[in-house]
Each structure stands twice: as C-alpha cells, then as structure tokens.
Design a protein. Structure first.
Length: 246
C-alpha cells in the first residue's frame, strides 16, 4: 500500500546526524507536517528545531532504555510513520578481547531496541494505518569479519523485521526493511569505510521512493543494489512469500 508523507506525522530515531538527519531532511522535503526527532540528547537538536518553523520537535529516547521509548509513545497522540534508524557498530571479530561486550551492546541496541520500538509504537501505527521502517544493512545478509558481531546483530534485526511485517500486516501496518551498504556517516568513518562510502541521500531517496510502492525491501546504494541482484529471487520467492507450515 502506497504511503504519502505529505501532511503526516513522522518519528525518526537517531535523527541528529548521519542517515537519521538525512531522513529528517527528506521527510520535511516530502511534506511531513511534523517530525519528532527521537534522540538520546535532545539538546543536540536545538539548531535544527529552531530552524524548522515548528515542524521538528526533539524528544528524549534511548533504544537501550525501554522506559524512554514507552514515555515517548504514550505522550504522542498520533504517528503515521516510524523510522527506526538508530543503531551501533563495534569493530569486533570472534577473536577480539572485547567480543562479548561488543556483541551484547549491539544486540541490546540493534535487536532488542527494535523490539522495544515495535512494541511501543505498533498501537499508534495501527490507529493511523501507518508504516514502520527498520534500518537494517547489507550486513544483514552477509557477515563482514571485521564487524562480525555487528553483522550478526543486523542479521537478527532483519529476522525480527520479517516477523513484524507478518504480524503487523493484518492490523493495517506496513513494514519496510532498508539495507544500505557503506554510507558516509560518522559510523562509516569510524569503521574505516570512507573510500567506498556513498551519500546518505541515496538511503533517504530510496525510502521515499519505496513508500510510494508496496515494496518490503529497499537496497539503495551501489553495493546494496549488487547484493539485491544476487538476493532478489530468494527474497521474492521465500522471504516475501506467505509463510506456511507442514
């Protein structure tokens, strides 16, 4: 079902920088009436909020803290589109000294955080027949050894995203899974991906385009599109097909 951002209320986690900030810019450009920037430190949004003419509001939300998520959801009367963009990446292999610490942190934010968001905001999205967007990764499909624990967490978040799609569709809520490759963000720089990284605008543009269709998957950049070419037949034939047992 196609979704028009014009006049809608949007909430974006991690909207103060990187892909999240680009999502915010593109949602405003597409005509969103209100954008809630859900960030750990609302003060980081002061300049953006003041320049928005009342269209952007900052709310305190931490994906690792269920109370902050529930508080935001309970204080909103309406939301049409939730973009769960925030996430964390640690450079850790199975042999890193801090592998378990890194893995626990990534799973808590990238996977449990997704579940916390879905549980809190699904009732609001059901009321508005809205859309829930999860920012996954090409690492959801293929493990990158230098970021082994991150890749595993993104594989898990992709799996949960599929479950959310199946469970929320009967309630009138659409779910979209976005899978960027290396993108020029602070996270990308910290991971040493500058040479191959592309603009975050590609991710936001890909999502806006997908909102106008009924697509579940979004593979927005060059590397992602290459992944999609190899993965598409399986995705269409298995992942996007209706599950059956027996």
């Amino acid at each position: 079902m196609a979704f028009d951002v014009q006049g809608k209320t949007v909430l974006i986690t991690g909207a103060n920088r990187g892909i999240g900030k680009t999502f915010l810019d593109h949602m405003l450009k597409a005509g969103a009436a209100k954008v809630y920037a859900a960030v750990r430190n609302p003060d980081s949004m002061t300049d953006i909020v003041e320049a928005s003419g009342g269209k952007v509001a900052a709310v305190q939300l931490d994906l690792s803290n269920e109370d902050t998520i529930n508080a935001v959801a309970q204080n909103l009367e309406k939301v049409d589109l939730v973009i769960n963009n925030a996430g964390v990446l640690k450079v850790a292999t199975p042999f890193s000294d801090d592998v378990f610490e890194c893995f626990d942190f990534e799973m808590d934010v990238n996977v449990k955080g997704l579940i916390r968001m879905a549980r809190a905001f699904a009732p609001l999205l059901e009321k508005s027949s809205g859309v829930f967007v999860q920012l996954n990764s090409v690492a959801s499909l293929r493990n990158f050894a230098d970021f082994a624990t991150y890749s595993a967490s993104k594989a898990a978040s992709y799996s949960i995203t599929q479950a959310l799609r199946d469970m929320l569709a009967p309630k009138g809520v659409r779910v979209i899974s976005v899978h960027p490759g290396p993108i020029m963000t602070d996270m990308g720089k910290e991971a040493g991906l500058e040479e191959m990284a592309e603009s975050p605008d590609l991710v936001a543009e890909g999502l806006v385009k997908a909102l106008g269709t009924d697509e579940f998957h979004v593979f927005p950049d060059t590397m992602a599109k290459n992944f999609w070419q190899a993965y598409k037949s399986f995705a269409k034939g298995v992942v996007e097909s209706e599950a059956s047992e027996g």
